[in-house]
Design a protein around this ligand. Structure first.
Ligand code: NAD
Ligand code: ZN
Length: 250
């Protein structure tokens, strides 16, 4: 048995013995669907770092530029389809008493794969929120007709309904994630670089509460040393092997 096969079988055993699992996903799970990640060469947009663009300050400095970036991101996601990783997670819901799926992604691919009750920590790429009246519009236009888009109710400019660096995530969301971690036996952390808070600390919270933490990520991450099982492979290849009984690693 190779080292990876050994880890897969350990992870399968942990998952089979659990009735309640929390899953945290990041941009890596959508990489095999062709959606660019942030932290990698292909994640760069016109040589800007996401930290320079994804802030309220950057938005007010140049709303058109920020909307051009979001227009590009929406274009990158519009034809993307869920990959076997997303589907494996949605199937997991049928086999376990409780699955809480928390994502930092804003692409909506988990829902498209059939996952229910997804907690979107960072919002959604297909929603525009008015900067004045707060009205939220679902909008699937690619490209957008007007940059920046205007609110249909009050005419003010809209912003992406996402959480930017320096912005707060709703406390009720954080509370429900912490409660789910407290109640689970196993936490899976998939395709997240582990540098964006508060998601980055969720695995540590689980470890402090003595939960089994399994990480799947192509690259090294800052907290991997604390986790129980770490698999350095593509999530779209590994996840289907974790939850079905009759497959082997090719
Ligand atoms: P990130 O870009 O910082 O890190 C992605 C991680 O995925 C990296 O550690 C990389 O090694 C790993 N990875 C890449 N391909 C993989 C694969 N096939 N299988 C497993 N792992 C793989 O992403 P993050 O940690 O989610 O960063 C947080 C921010 O990025 C969030 O605010 C999120 O909203 C935003 N983001 C979202 C999307 C999306 O919605 N799809 C895309 C880019 C960025
Ligand atoms: Zn408005």
């Amino acid at each position: 048995m190779t080292e990876t096969e050994d880890k897969i079988s350990q992870a399968r055993e942990e998952i089979e013995n659990a009735s309640n699992i929390v899953i945290l996903t990041g941009a890596g799970i959508s990489a095999e669907s062709g959606v660019p990640i942030f932290r990698g060469q292909e994640g760069l947009w016109q040589n800007y770092r996401p930290e320079e663009l994804a802030t309220l300050e950057a938005f007010w400095k140049d709303p058109k530029l920020i909307w051009e970036w979001y227009d590009w991101r929406r274009n990158a996601v519009k034809d993307a389809k869920p990959n076997p990783g997303h589907y494996a997670l949605s199937e997991l819901e049928n086999n376990l008493q409780k699955v809480t799926l928390v994502t930092q992604n804003i692409d909506g691919l988990h829902q498209m794969a059939g996952s229910s009750g997804v907690i979107e920590m960072h919002g959604n790429l297909w929603q525009i929120r008015c900067t004045k009246c707060g009205d939220i519009e679902q909008n699937f236009d690619v490209p957008l007709r007007e940059l920046p888009p205007k609110c249909k109710k009050c005419g003010e400019i809209g912003r992406p309904n996402v959480v930017w660096f320096g912005e707060m995530i709703e406390m009720s969301l954080i509370d429900s994630i912490l409660k789910a971690i407290e109640e689970c036996q196993v936490m899976l952390i998939i395709g997240t670089s582990g540098v964006v808070e508060p998601a980055a600390s969720m695995g540590l919270v689980a470890k402090q509460a003595n939960k089994t933490v399994i990480e799947i990520n192509l690259d090294e991450t800052p907290s991997a040393g604390l986790y129980d099982i770490v698999i350095r492979e593509k999530s779209g290849e590994i996840l289907p092997l974790l939850f079905t009984s009759n497959r082997t690693l090719s």
